[in-house]
Write a protein that binds this ligand. Structure first.
Ligand code: AMP
Length: 483
């Protein structure tokens, strides 16, 4: 009884209890969630049955209600996570039969291979639904595609260039588009399709739902979202095949770039342990700089890839790394997506990504095929915010390792690290320099001194010439005739 009283007199932490309940509820859902819980319709259930699918993947589970609600959505998920069905299931559930000619759903993808793949997936899901799906892409006869458009369709899957050509030819009308899906948007932006995407936004109806899927989050993707999306809801899942338990994660606090280089050099000395190392950096410039710095010590063991390198250079670098000729590969986030290289001993996150999903994708390069992986994360003080976001997403803390004593801590800063001094208030700064020449250093001629006096000036001129300056000023004439 005393125990009871003690317990009850303690302050109740509602927040903690509710978080715990949510966790239990989530785990319960995870164990029990089936497609039946999504309240689909019979034709969709029959199609899923034919495909032998009973359980939604995490991205399908997370997207269904959000996409169904009609709000703008940004999903971070890789190919193979089931993302095509993640957006198609809620769209198809709400797409009613129609005989109208113009499409109501537009799906943009970066390549023609993806057009074919997405159309195939949709056809599998719509086996028992009367819905017209068409895929269009460049490099093939546009007239055949025009003919197909004229016959009428509900869902159009397209690459951006061909879509635009069809739209400007007026054969394809986009005025009925209610839902726009942009799939693999990071690839599109990396291929330089930014302007094409923006042009398409311009010719679409204002009132529409925007759904975007990307494997990684980049600043370019973020810029598109901020410009064209209305309060989007963000959903993300860990990269497929990223069994977190399989990857030993550790981190270092490192004060600056040069100290990060010293630490990397120190770690890479152990060639036996660090036998196949993928180093991630956020920017191309940083990738080149790090490559130059590591090359000094690891001359023949190091290669680099980013999107400014030629296709041949990239392929050669990947092959050399894959084959073991080079032990170290430096890569940017976008470039390394989809890289399927076995037996990577360590992923080094040379910087801490601002977008936590990128960290998940990075570490997923290690620990593939049930093998043990290792990930090291370097964070400066400025990067602690990014670290927090990563730990929040994973709902775990990454163990911190003490900085090795024999590694030199550099005081030297690179340009990007030098703090910029912004003077908000400087009382000693002279606001106006009397000695400095002003904007004009000679007296204006009288005729140039005229000011724009707006309406009143117009009336003065009218009075001077006693005639209307505009045809509409008839009252002026009448007034003056009566005088
Ligand atoms: P994605 O490229 O991400 O759309 O993934 C496509 C593959 O995942 C296809 O082979 C689908 O048949 C498969 N897939 C989609 N949803 C599920 C599911 N709920 N369970 C198992 N496999 C699925």
């Amino acid at each position: 009884m005393t125990n009871w009283i003690i317990h009850l007199s303690l302050p109740i932490n509602y927040k903690k209890i509710s978080a715990l309940l949510k966790q239990v509820q989530y785990k319960w859902q995870k164990i029990n969630m089936t497609f039946q819980d999504l309240n689909l319709n019979t034709p969709l259930y029959n199609a899923l049955d034919d495909l032998g699918l009973t359980t939604p993947t995490p991205i399908q589970e997370k997207s269904f209600n959000v996409i169904g609600s009609g709000k703008d959505v940004v999903g971070i998920a890789q190919t193979g996570t089931g993302k095509t069905f993640a957006y198609m299931l809620p769209i198809l559930k709400n797409l009613h039969f129609s005989q109208q000619q113009n499409p109501r759903v537009l799906i943009l993808v970066p390549t023609r291979e993806l057009v074919v793949q997405v159309v195939d997936e949709i056809k599998k899901l719509t086996k028992y639904i009367n819905v017209r799906v068409l895929g269009v892409y460049g490099g093939t006869n546009i007239n055949t595609q025009k003919q197909a458009v004229v016959e009428g369709l509900d869902i159009l899957v397209a690459t951006t260039g061909r879509l635009y050509d069809l739209a400007v030819s007026h054969v394809l009308q986009l005025k009925s588009i209610q839902k726009l899906v942009i799939d693999e948007v990071d690839v599109m932006l990396d291929l330089g399709f930014r302007h094409q995407i923006i042009n398409i936004f311009d010719i679409l109806p204002q009132r529409r739902q925007n759904i975007m899927f990307s494997a990684t989050m980049t600043y370019d993707v973020d810029a598109i979202i901020n410009t064209f999306f209305v309060n989007p809801i963000r959903i993300s899942v860990a990269a497929s095949g990223t069994p977190l338990d399989n990857i030993a994660q550790q981190r270092y606090n490192v004060p600056n770039y040069h100290t990060k280089v010293n630490l990397t050099n120190h770690l890479l000395q152990d060639k036996e342990t660090f036998n196949k190392v993928l180093i991630f950096v956020a920017f191309k410039r940083m990738a080149d700089r790090l490559f130059e710095d590591l090359e000094i010590i690891f001359n023949d063991e190091c290669c680099v890839i980013h999107s400014n390198k030629t296709q041949n250079y990239r392929l050669r670098s990947i092959e050399q790394f894959r084959g073991g000729e080079n032990r170290i590969l430096i890569a940017t986030d976008v470039m390394a997506r989809g890289l399927d290289i076995d037996n990577i001993s360590h992923v080094i996150n040379f910087d801490t990504p601002d977008f936590p999903e990128n960290y998940m994708h990075r570490i997923g390069r290690s620990g593939r095929a049930e093998k043990e992986g290792n990930s090291l994360l370097f964070s400066t003080e400025k990067e602690q915010k990014g670290l927090q976001l990563i730990e929040d997403l994973m709902q775990m803390q990454i163990p911190l390792i003490d900085f090795p004593e024999d590694v030199e801590v550099s005081k030297e800063l690179i340009e990007e690290e030098i703090p910029k001094i912004i003077e908000h208030h400087n009382p000693t700064k002279r606001k106006f320099n009397e000695d400095a020449p002003g904007p004009a250093f000679h007296e204006k001629k009288d005729k140039n001194k005229k000011e724009n006096l707006g309406g009143s000036y117009k009336f003065k001129i009218a009075a001077k010439y006693k005639k209307p300056k505009t045809r509409g000023d008839k009252n002026y004439n009448r007034r003056n005739k009566r005088k």
